[in-house]
Design a protein around this ligand. Sequence first.
Ligand code: COA
Length: 247
Amino acid sequence: MSEILSSLDNGVLTLTFNRPEKMNALTRSMYSGLAKELNDAAGNFGIRAVLLTAAGDHFTAGNDITDFMNNPPTSDDSEVAQFLGAILNFPKPLLAAVKGNAVGVGTTMLLHCDVVISGPTAKFSMPFASLGLVPEAGSSYLFPQLVGYQRAARIFMTGESFDTDAAIDMGLVTAKDSDPLAHAMKIAQHIAEQPPQAIINTKALLKAGDHDSVAAVMKAEFEIFAISLQSEEAMEAFMKFMSKKGK
Ligand code: COA
């Protein structure tokens, strides 16, 4: 069974992270599958919106830590870079339905979504510094812009998590629902019925002010992230996770 499932329903492409036994931790091949799906969807007239969701009880535990250790993404054409580039440049509406843990890139990818619906169990966190790493996906720019400098600094520097109500207050999440997927699908279907070119133009205008800045920040983040990944601080944190799990 593929670790990225895709299904098309009335113009809405649903992409499902499908590795629930590992809390949907994202591997290189999953990033690459997601990037391909998004790039294909961008050029497919039949697809009007994309909805990101996950199998099981959790959205994603972030980047797979074994992959971080064995195949560190150190170049800006790595699979994760391709995925982040694809969401940064995705021209059509991107929605997400979140439940359970949304760790690391599980939270930062939401900064690129147009609508996020989240369940009562959702727990968002960006513990990059705790892992000896730095924020990615343009989050060092987008998150303080969204929530204010001090709230962003506190969340990045403590690694603390926050719930759906806090995420709604921040503007990271649109609404809370006990069935986030059904709610997000309803909005996606509504958007898919709108005039498609007007939707694409609207998104381009909404994103225009920040696009180039985010792209530049993402590039800088990649460079520091790649160095951090090979640091002693990161190795120590990864080993701690692995030994806790008896790996
Ligand atoms: N990479 C690889 N495997 C991961 C993972 C990750 N990021 N997150 C979870 N998993 C795996 C666990 O190893 C475990 O697999 P196992 O049953 O074969 O041992 C399974 O997913 C379930 O996770 P577990 O840790 O047992 O669940 P938990 O409820 O005790 O803890 C978390 C949940 C999210 C707190 C914990 O899994 C965690 O800290 N994960 C790492 C998150 C992270 O740092 N991501 C990178 C961000 S940049």
